[in-house]
Design a protein around this ligand. Structure first.
Ligand code: ADP
Ligand code: MG
Ligand code: MG
Length: 343
């Protein structure tokens, strides 16, 4: 079960059949997955490397290629995906991890399922949804986060995991229009039995625009695991706001007169692009601003419910925020009340 990375000059396998979130696609991988992959199209590029659509044994897969300096991030993300009981329909499905090349040319790969609709950010930019589709997006995102946050007891138990970089670019949209949470490079795990967080959790990591007030002002108690879950909830509240803007509703009785707000990033109207800590601190901690809720949202039950939920997620006081399970349950109830089917 150990990582045999760098144990020889060639490629080395990093997964085995018996542990972690073994994949349906692949059970036992011995060496050179990297050699069997044909890269096809670049689909994402960030500080940590690139994400490619690739073909592997006739299947479309996503391959995240980490730059050499991001070895720690690759290692961490792989480790998180290999956690027991990580597999869930609203969490990006891990397939394999591998190392490609030798010496100077080493590349670290993370292979996952590929989702052609891309990130929620990209999806919302080009697509307006109806209230039923909005509910599916929000409920599935809450379900994924709730699974992540929940510790499951028992012999094959699951550790609680906090994501620490929740944002619309780190959530993918599946073909059935449900969300899958991705990008676990900053996640932390926790076991209540030992009351320990598995890595020294440095503060102020993640994406500044989505950072909770207690992360920005560094008042977060990093010894308490719940603090990281609360910070995730703040960020998820902002993501709900991004979703709601793109939900089209009819105006008055004219069913052809649909309206929605344009896509926007949270705080687009009060901070510059790539905001600094100081920019965000000023807005979120000092002025205590939050995204504006348009009056339109009060006229539809799904939008109205989500407006209330998001405000309870981005509360200044972390202890007053809703939990992911609470959000999931409220949205499940809404589905029952409105007769909207969540597929
Ligand atoms: P980083 O750690 O560099 O931010 P991510 O894992 O967040 O990398 O991926 C970067 C981007 O690549 C995402 O925002 C998304 O647009 C795209 N992407 C990542 N994984 C997939 C996937 N499995 N299917 C489709 N697109 C993906
Ligand atoms: Mg990312
Ligand atoms: Mg990342």
């Amino acid at each position: 079960n150990a990582y045999s990375v760098k144990s020889n000059n060639h490629l080395t396998d990093v997964i085995d059949a018996s542990s972690g979130s073994g994949s349906g696609l692949l059970l036992l991988v011995k060496r050179t997955i990297a050699k069997q992959i044909q890269m096809e199209k670049l689909v994402g590029k960030g500080r940590y490397g690139e994400v490619w659509l690739a073909n592997w044994k006739g299947e479309n897969v996503a391959v995240k290629v980490f730059v050499t300096t991001e070895e720690a991030s690759w290692f961490r993300e792989t480790e998180i995906y290999r956690s027991v009981l990580m597999r869930h329909e609203n969490i990006l499905a891990f397939i394999a991890a591998d190392i490609k090349g030798t010496g100077m040319w080493t590349q670290m790969l993370l292979i996952t399922e590929y989702h052609e609709l891309g990130s929620l950010h990209d999806y919302l930019k080009t697509t307006a949804v109806d209230p039923s589709a909005l509910l599916t997006l929000a409920f599935s995102a809450a379900s994924g986060l709730s699974h992540l946050h929940t510790e499951i007891f028992g012999t094959q138990g699951k550790q609680a995991i906090a994501h620490r970089d929740i944002k619309s670019k780190n959530i993918l949209v599946k073909r059935n229009r449900e969300c899958a949470i991705a990008d676990f490079g900053l996640a932390v795990r926790y076991k209540s039995e030992t009351n320990e967080i598995d890595i020294a959790a440095n503060t102020r990591v993640g994406t500044r625009r989505y950072m909770a007030p207690e992360v920005l002002d560094e008042s977060i108690d990093t010894k308490l695991f719940d603090a990281f879950k609360s910070a995730d909830m703040y960020s998820m509240g902002l993501v709900f706001w991004e979703m709601c803007r793109r939900c089209a509703t009819t105006r008055g009785s004219d069913k052809w007169n649909m309206q929605a707000e344009d896509y926007a990033l949270p705080y687009h109207d009060v901070v510059p692009s790539d905001p600094s800590f100081e920019d965000m601190y000023e807005v979120v901690c000092i002025r205590k601003l939050r995204p504006v809720i348009p009056p339109r949202w009060n006229e539809n039950e799904v939008l109205r419910t989500l407006s209330n939920l998001m405000q309870e997620c981005w509360h200044q006081n972390p202890a007053a925020r809703l939990t992911s399970l609470r959000v999931k349950k409220s949205l499940c109830k809404l589905k029952g009340d409105t007769g909207i089917k969540i597929i």
